[in-house]
Ligand binder design. Structure first.
Ligand code: SF4
Length: 86
């Protein structure tokens, strides 16, 4: 299953991801970014947030099929994509 992760050890709390994609990210009580929604992975805002993180703390993990995901579950991928073969 696909999921967004933020490495809180790496995050410097700059807020860029939250400014770009408040659907998926918000500050936690430690002033670091926290994932608040783990679906709807194909938005431009999410892609921009990931690419804008200055320390590379945000990852989209668990599925290798990327934008081609079309199945109905949370991972939104096809039945024959790599993540269903693991
Ligand atoms: S852009 Fe990166 S460093 Fe900045 S708050 Fe988000 S996860 Fe943390």
């Amino acid at each position: 299953m696909t999921k967004i992760t933020v490495n809180e050890d790496t995050c410097i709390g700059c807020g860029a991801c939250i400014a770009i994609d408040s659907e998926h990210f918000d500050f936690n009580e430690d002033g670091k970014s926290s994932v608040i929604k783990n679906n709807n992975f194909e938005t431009d805002e999410l892609k921009n947030a990931i690419s804008s993180c200055p320390v590379g703390a945000i990852k989209l993990e668990g599925c290798d099929c990327g934008d081609e995901c079309k199945c109905g579950d949370d991972c939104q991928c096809g039945d024959d994509c790599a993540c269903h073969q693991k």
